[in-house]
Design a protein around this ligand. Structure first.
Ligand code: AMP
Length: 149
């Protein structure tokens, strides 16, 4: 009797597990409070902050690939752009877009230009599971070359 009841339970667990792992790959699974940017937000790790407001934090990338390489992140717990665009409030979305322009200007990038991008999930090459935008500038951003660096 116990075995018969257990079979559907195990099947359910298996189905839930495979759903969770496919969500992780596409960047929308459960948020991990121990990711490196969560630790920066919790002041458990240092960062060279260039901008901060109620919704957004921006800091220098630890391994810059251009003279200016800033990471712009929402303070809310969002794994990726897919996660953010579907769950963030209008205020959070507005705040990060407004901040992007302000930060590009503050970093002196508006005259010569810049690149702003995000990697999402496994195929996007995302390595930190907290949404972040790379703001790159200070010299031409040649993506073909940057991707090989
Ligand atoms: P991505 O590969 O798009 O997920 O980018 C993650 C970025 O985070 C990389 O450019 C890393 O150099 C950067 N990074 C990792 N750890 C830190 C850290 N502690 N402080 C600043 N940037 C970091």
């Amino acid at each position: 009797m116990i075995n018969i009841l257990f079979v559907p339970f195990l099947l359910l667990m298996f189905a839930t597990d495979s759903l969770a792992s496919s969500e992780t790959v596409s960047g929308i699974g459960k948020y991990d409070d121990n990711n490196v940017f969560a630790k920066i937000l919790q002041n458990k790790l240092p960062a060279k902050v260039v901008f901060e407001n109620e919704y957004v934090l921006a800091f220098e990338d630890i391994n810059p690939i251009r003279p200016v390489h800033v990471l712009i992140i929402p303070k809310g717990k969002y794994r990726s752009l897919v996660d953010f665009s579907s769950k963030a409030t209008d205020q959070e979305i507005l705040a990060i877009v407004r901040a992007m322009g302000k930060i590009a200007k503050a970093m002196g990038l508006t005259k010569d230009g810049f690149s702003l991008m995000t990697n999402s999930g496994h195929h996007g090459g995302q390595t930190v599971a907290h949404l972040h935008f790379h703001l790159l500038g200070g010299e031409p951003v040649n993506w073909e070359q940057a991707l090989r660096e």
